[in-house]
Structure formats: C-alpha cells, structure tokens
Design a protein around this ligand. Structure first.
Ligand SMILES: Cc1cc2nc3c(=O)[nH]c(=O)nc-3n(C[C@H](O)[C@H](O)[C@H](O)COP(=O)(O)OP(=O)(O)OC[C@H]3O[C@@H](n4cnc5c(N)ncnc54)[C@H](O)[C@@H]3O)c2cc1C
Length: 435
C-alpha cells in the first residue's frame, strides 16, 4: 500500500481553472445529488472544490441523451419551486427541464374516509407546485455538469477513511481504488460531508445522531396507467402508510415530442418493514395493491417497471458543524420521503452555505472559519426543524388508527379544502418558497 500526501495547492487539477476567485479550497466528501449540487453552487460563486466519491462514476458523453446513470436508482424526486429556482440561478435548469414534469394540482385523500382536499395552480396563482424528475436523469446531468466544470475536481473510487483538523485547515485521508489501491491525503480550508445517511465523516468526527426507525419500507418505481396523469399528484393515506403517485415525463412514449403529457407515473408505496419482497417480486400483485389503494383516481394501473426498496429511518445529526467541517445533505438530516421534502431541504442548505462562503471570500476571509460555519448552522436550523416536524406530523397524523383521530384528520382535510388563506400557506411551504 502506497502512502501519498497530496496538498491541494499542488494537485494536478488545481490549476486547470482560471476563474477561481480564491486560493482557498473546499473538500466535499460524497458525490451524490447533494455533493454534486453543492460543488456546482460553489463553482457558480467562483470557488474551487475537490469532490471525493466512494463509487465509480461512469463516462458520460454530452451527446448521449439517455436516462442511464451510475445510480441504480429507481427513485424520482419532486423538486420544489425553490430547488428549480436554485438550478435556474446556476444555469443548469435548461439542461434538466426536458425531463421535468410539472405538478399542476395536488389531490390529498385518505383510503376509506370522506376527507379530501385539492390544490390547483390556478387558484394558488403559481406556475406549478414543483417538477418531478427521475433520479437517473438528475444524477446524470449533475455529473456531466460537474465533469465539465473547470473549478470542480472529481475523484471517484475514493473512500474517505480519516479526518484530522489543524488550526488553519483540514486533512482528509482516503483509500483510492484506481488501477492500484493506495491511500492518499488532501488538505483544504474546509470539509463539507455529503456522504449520506450513514456518513463516515460524521462518525469520524464523533458526531452522534438521533435516530428513529419508522418500521416502514418505501417501494419506489415507475408505473403506467390507462388514464393520462394531466399533471396531477395524488397523495393518499392508507392504513399501511402514506402513498404518492406523481406525474412523469414520457420520453419513450407515443413517438411525438410532447414529453409532458403521458401515462407514466412515479409511485412511492410505503409498507410495513419486512413486507417489501412481495411488492418487489410480483408486478401483478403490486399493480393490484395500488389499484385497491388508489381506486379509480389514477385510472387503471396497467404496467410496473423496476422497483427499489428503501428502509425508512429518520437520522438527525446532533450537530452540523465541528471545527472546519460541515455535515450536509442526508448526512445531516435523513427524513421520511412522504412529503418530498428531503432533497429540497438539502438544496436550501447548500445554497445558503455557498452564498455565505462566497461573501467570506469577497471579504478576503477564511471560508473554513468555525464562526462562519456556526452562523450557517444557526441560520438553517429553523427551516430544518419546521420540515422535520411537518414530515413527522404527516406520517404519524395520517397513520394513527384511533377512530377519533381519524375523524379529526378528515375534518381537518375538509376544512383545509374549504377555508380561505390556509392553502396558499401550505402550498408555499410545500414548494419550498417559505423557509
Ligand atoms: C423513497 C424516497 C423518495 C424520495 N423522494 C424525494 C422527493 O420526492 N423530494 C425530495 O426532496 N427528497 C426526496 N427524497 C430524499 C432524497 O432522496 C435525499 O434527501 C437525497 O438523496 C440525499 O442525497 P445525499 O447526496 O445527501 O445522499 P446520498 O444520495 O446518500 O449520497 C451520498 C454519497 O456519498 C457517497 N459516500 C458515502 N460514504 C462515502 C465515503 N466514505 N467516501 C466517499 N463517498 C462516500 C455515496 O457513495 C453517495 O454517492 C426521497 C428519499 C427516498 C428514500
């Protein structure tokens, strides 16, 4: 095993950029959607970063328009309007939007109950409630943009194994599984850990977590219905848990170029832990179960694609800053996917931190300064707490079997549908515009 010390200021890719506005470097551990997005946000502000990803990235040709990516990820993400605004701000939305499907209306109801509510974009006077995109497409486009950005150095096959902090910097050690396996070190002003729910960096920094197991598994994938989705998202609460059917673009559909209108929908089906195999293995069973839960709202469920299973656990880091290190993305807060808030919250975090670092650079000050990072942590707490409370209220409120609580929540749904002024508040919140 070879041991190589690499100071970032000497690393081969450091000088490939000409527009960096600072000599200070940011290290990012974990190149999922949050790590890649954060690197792109920093680059937008002229800040260079080096991103280390444990897995191997594929070679992507800019002309290959397919949906394939290294993410064997059957998930789809509902991007809030705020997330769309952030991607617009960094000039990436033009690349993404061909595979983004608008949500024009949201229907909320409970299986076997009278309460229902509907949000319509015309009533709320918004362009849409958000956009749904396949993770494979999002991941592909983020990776391509990062590969093409001179201010970003991507190192894949790099598993972070140690972090040490000095007064003026942070040193990261990683095992590099290239042609020859060896250990390397990098130094920078600051380290941002976007290495997911089981974050290695968080553990290396001895940051604890508060964890809650929902005892549920989300089955996610794509289905086809015989009724066009007409841009309606359907949230349905069943005794098993909350379910969602979201509209998707139809790139392989009927041969015309109108990807927006079609019959493909994204499904998030939540079942008790341990019951996932029967929904994964058997298409007919999965389709029949969906039909029973959704009734005719979405039409007939006629075909099901590849599905993935995700055990649902809430993991909250006890703190998000330690010295020159920031914990971000799922590493900071992993949430229940019920309200489609997790990634959107991460994007707001990433946007704020990139802005604060940029302001610091413009003042000629240290971007890894602990006081700055603590100010970031404090600035983000109230939005994070609100989203966490919101997700939990939805999960627990709608799965409680007590008949009195069931009645109360159905009355609340009816009231929500009828009372003025409440819907715009909730709509703004769900769109990620209020934080
Ligand atoms: C079923 C489901 C549906 C969802 N739907 C939505 C939605 O509609 N809207 C929404 O806003 N959110 C949604 N979410 C949440 C969203 O998926 C997450 O918030 C988001 O994926 C978090 O991304 P991340 O980059 O922080 O973490 P991850 O995607 O876990 O990425 C972490 C990366 O770090 C790498 N890594 C790990 N350890 C190391 C190491 N030691 N060294 C180097 N690299 C390492 C990993 O390989 C990985 O690439 C959903 C979640 C689930 C489970």
């Amino acid at each position: 095993m070879q041991n190589t010390d690499v100071n970032l200021s000497n690393a081969k890719n450091t000088f490939k950029n000409t527009k960096a506005i600072t000599e200070q470097q940011v290290l990012i551990a974990g190149g999922g959607h949050v790590g890649l997005s954060f690197a792109l946000l920093l680059a937008h502000h002229g800040i260079a970063s080096t991103l280390l990803e444990k897995n191997s990235y594929p070679t992507i040709s800019p002309n290959d328009d397919s949906n394939r990516s290294h993410y064997l990820d059957s998930r789809n993400t509902a991007l809030s309007r705020r997330t769309v605004q952030i991607y617009q701000e960094i000039g990436l939305w033009d690349e993404l939007q061909s595979h983004a499907c608008r949500i024009d209306a949201v229907q909320i109801s409970e299986q076997g109950s009278f309460g229902r509510a509907q949000l319509n974009k015309a009533e709320e006077r918004v362009e849409s409630f958000g956009q749904v995109m396949e993770n494979a497409w999002l991941g592909r486009k983020l990776l391509l943009a990062a590969q093409q950005e001179p201010l970003i150095t991507l190192i894949d096959n790099a598993n972070v194994i140690a972090v040490t902090q000095q007064a003026d910097g942070v040193t990261l050690s990683f095992n590099y599984y290239g042609e020859e396996e060896h250990e390397q070190q990098l130094q920078a002003s600051v380290l941002v850990a976007c290495d997911g729910r089981d974050s290695t960096v968080r553990q290396l920094l001895n940051i604890g977590t508060t964890t809650y197991d929902y005892e549920q598994t989300a089955i996610v994938g794509v289905v086809e219905t015989d009724k066009a989705h007409e841009h309606v998202a359907i949230e349905r609460f069943s005794p098993a848990g909350p379910l969602a059917v979201l509209p998707l673009t139809d790139p392989d559909g009927d041969g015309n170029d109108d990807y927006q209108n079609g019959y493909r929908r994204s499904v998030v089906w939540v079942c008790p832990k341990g019951e996932e195999n029967k929904y994964l293995a058997d298409d007919a069973h999965f389709l029949a179960t969906l039909q029973q839960a959704f009734g005719e709202r979405a039409g007939k469920f006629v075909a099901a694609g590849r599905r993935g299973a995700y055990p649902l656990t809430r993991v909250l880091a006890d703190k998000q800053v330690e010295g020159r290190c920031v914990i971000m993305g799922n590493a900071a807060h992993t949430l229940h996917p019920v309200a489609g808030q997790g990634f959107n919250l991460c994007m707001r975090d990433a946007h704020v931190l990139a802005q604060m670092m940029s302001a610091q650079v413009l003042k000629g000050e240290d971007i890894g300064n602990t006081q700055l990072l603590k100010r970031y942590e404090k600035a983000r707490l109230s939005d994070q707490k609100r989203v966490i409370r919101f997700c939990d209220a939805v999960v627990h409120g709608f799965t409680h079997p007590n008949p009195a609580i069931k009645l109360a929540r159905n009355v609340a749904l009816v009231a929500f549908d009828k009372l003025p002024n409440i819907k715009p508040l909730v709509a703004n919140y769900a769109m990620g515009l209020k934080s």
